[in-house]
Design a protein around this ligand. Structure first.
Ligand SMILES: [Zn+2]
Length: 351
């Protein structure tokens, strides 16, 4: 009996190493125990198979009973959790008057609630706000982590990429186990583990013209952390037409930049600043030029801070300016941005 149990432990360890389905191990344990119990029940004591299996009927019946109790207990817990999560998603409050907090949430957000600038009403605003994060890479990682930690009610993530080994040097929301997994699902898992009170909507696809209008309409604020100009121009154009706030960030080797475009307040837009896509030689990608590991952490965290401040309408935001962070020189600069009178997107009379 002991050798069979030891053999099963080896199988259990191998199943974990090979990432086999979690239901295989309990199913195999129950099947094995039932089989051995049947052998003891049906075959005479002198039968070779019964001799090889060893032991007597009682301990195997006891083992089957323990496995069944543990298995069904875990299954019931899992179903209760999934019903609870579904209810949370269906009941996402749409405005602050409908927002309530459980005791656990109040404790979780207590360091916000005691701050004069945020308080209970500010925390309710965060819970009733939805944010779409475009790109779950270097910038998206800290953005998603801090939005989740801060208690944003609903977070959408759109990205069509899968996690690659070379991402892990800076894309800290993903880990070694996520390699090969679509980034939106890897990020969703990490967010739900960090804060189960947040509703997460993953969109495993590239943002394009066909879906941009409908998708951006669903969210209050857009955070643009993609790695390409086509997506930045598309987000800018659609957000402008919908009067949405966009927090935009970009990285290159040691330097990062952040801008906040508040279309409702007539601030300059992305195309006012970059009317034309730079030549590829002037804007190499991270894969071509490299990027310092902590840079997206700094820039993405600033983007999350600007988004949260924008929701709460507190402090001085980065509207109408570009903040540049130079990691190698440890310098920050702020450049004033002007609205372009002939901008294709936001000049007077255009929308
Ligand atoms: Zn413009």
């Amino acid at each position: 009996m002991i050798s069979i149990i030891l053999g099963f432990v080896v199988f259990w360890v191998l199943a974990r190493k090979l990432n086999l389905s979690k239901s295989i191990v309990p199913a195999a344990a129950i099947a094995l125990s039932v089989f051995i119990s049947c052998v003891h029940l049906t075959l005479p004591p002198e039968n070779n198979l019964r001799v090889v299996l060893g032991g007597s009927l009682e301990p195997w019946v006891l083992l089957v009973s323990i496995f069944l109790v543990v298995y069904f207990y875990r299954e019931i817990l899992r179903r209760i959790r999934s019903i609870s999560t579904k209810n949370t998603e269906e009941n996402l409050p749409m405005n602050t008057s409908e927002v309530t907090f459980s005791d656990i949430e109040l404790d979780r957000y207590s360091r916000h609630v005691i701050m004069r600038e945020i308080g209970g009403s500010g925390q309710k605003k965060l819970k009733s706000t939805s944010i779409l994060v475009v790109g779950a890479g270097g910038l998206g990682s800290p953005v998603l982590q801090y939005l989740s930690a801060a208690g944003i009610g609903k977070i959408g993530i759109i990205d069509d990429d899968v996690v690659d080994q070379s991402n892990l040097q800076r894309q800290i929301i993903h880990n070694d186990n996520s390699i090969g997994v679509p980034k939106v699902f890897s990020a969703q898992k990490a967010i739900k583990e960090q804060n189960p009170h947040v509703v997460v909507k993953p969109y495993n696809r590239r943002l394009n013209k066909d879906i941009a209008n409908e998708l951006l309409s669903e969210y209050d604020i857009i955070i643009e952390g993609s790695d390409n100009f086509e997506t930045r121009y598309l987000v800018n154009e659609v957000a402008q037409s919908l009067s949405k706030v966009v927090i935009s960030g970009a990285l290159s080797q040691w330097e990062g930049q952040i801008m906040v475009f508040d279309h409702a307040l007539n601030s300059p837009c992305y195309e006012c600043v970059f009317p034309e896509k730079p030549a590829d030689d002037f804007a190499p990608t991270c894969a071509e030029a490299g990027v310092f590991s902590a840079l997206p952490g700094v820039v993405g965290t600033l983007m999350a801070a600007e988004a949260i401040k924008s929701i709460l309408d507190i402090g001085n935001g980065l509207r109408g300016v570009m903040l540049i962070y130079d990691a190698i020189q440890s310098e920050t600069r702020i450049i004033k941005l002007n609205k372009a009178t002939n901008c294709r997107i936001c000049a007077d009379g255009k929308n």
